[in-house]
Design a protein. Sequence first.
Length: 207
Amino acid sequence: MSHQQFSSTLLENAVNEFAKLPGIGRKTALRLVLHLLKQSEHEVDVFGNAFIQLRKEIRYCKICHNISDTEVCHICNNPSRDHETVCVVENIKDVMSIENTQQFRGLYHVLGGIISPMDGIGPSDLEIESLVKRVADEQVKEVILALSTTMEGDTTNFYIFRKLAPMNIKITTIARGIAIGDELEYADEVTLGRSIINRVEFTNSFK
């Protein structure tokens, strides 16, 4: 495909854009573009406008930093959720993974990544200070550290633990039903759900 000769620059440009997406090779990109060409002009407009509108209008919840259509997301706005329990996750995909288990009724705090010196990501690049302020300002009684069980995840857990330790709250972590080195999004829902339910005190999590 790298030497594919296109009869149309428009076609080639469209394939090149699709091929920039993660996990999409040029062969798949060409198949997707040719599929779109078979659709009506209206259908392609709807398809394209969905992404344009997403990029222009998407917001991030001012409380938990989850993706939202409004200033405060529907989870933080839900009075039936447990507002005293906050689950700290790396990214938006992890919120979706935990929500799919239907085993957690608290709120979330999305860090936007994990501490990774190799990638130049330090604590100041993440939503850690906003978490500390949130715990200090709100009636939070428990913080669950639900980060990937990788070295970077554990480093971030320890950093957050040290920040929150002086506060009079319970700090827990997901049970090690999630294998060491696993990322949350690849855990099955039953395992992830159990790891939330069977969470342990952070200080005892490595004993």
